[in-house]
Design a protein around this ligand. Sequence first.
Ligand code: SF4
Ligand code: SF4
Ligand code: FES
Length: 244
Amino acid sequence: MSTIVEPVLQVDVWRGDEHGRFQRFEVPRMESQTVLDVVIHIQRHVDPTLSYRFACRVGMCGSCAMTVNGRARWTCRTHVSKVVAHAGAVLEVAPLNHLPVIKDLAVDMSDFFDKWRDAKGFFHGERTRHDAFATVDPGSPERQAADAGIECIGCGVCYASCDVVAWNPSYLGPAALNRAWTLANDVRDTTQQERLHAVSNDAGCHSCHTLGSCTERCPKGLAPTASIAGLKRLGGRAPKGGRN
Ligand code: SF4
Ligand code: SF4
Ligand code: FES
């Protein structure tokens, strides 16, 4: 059974846009309390003007990511006890890095998802609704490579943790490149050459320095670093920039 160490938690929450500041709140400490529980308590019981984003509260939608004590995390699955290690320690909650702050804890995810589009992170097949389903061998190396990266929830934790995004704002980033890798392994897709071209420029896979912050911090246990390495290998092997 876990132990409640302090009846009240001191919480610093970012307020305003990127030129804002932290505001201190006191929140009752609860057992099994998540960081999102704390944010929700403040908005519902202390300051209803606090802006933030969440939907599922069970680690599926990817909308609740924030910077918690300096590190990007999914807040609905992050227990306070994991990040506030000792009595009297302060919980600090801020918006995700590398994305414009709309207000308080809510960031504008447009750049993040625009880069999925720029990386051709969408399926393009050739069959119509009148054709039979295309079958994919579940045991094939391509299917297994795609499966390894497919459970991305689009939370942006990897993107906010990537130094190259900070240095080069045009860098497509780990999530978009991971998505491109899953599609590069989809044998039904007909746009492999365009996709490989899209992810092989200066903003693409070759800018990754492979230190792996994205992989270390992905809450779904995915490995964008490995996906990006796969894209590099694919680009190196392609005679004219793609498979087809
Ligand atoms: S391994 Fe590549 S994509 Fe991942 S955080 Fe580092 S530079 Fe960014
Ligand atoms: S790869 Fe992981 S950290 Fe990045 S957006 Fe997807 S689920 Fe989130
Ligand atoms: S609220 Fe959906 S993943 Fe956290």
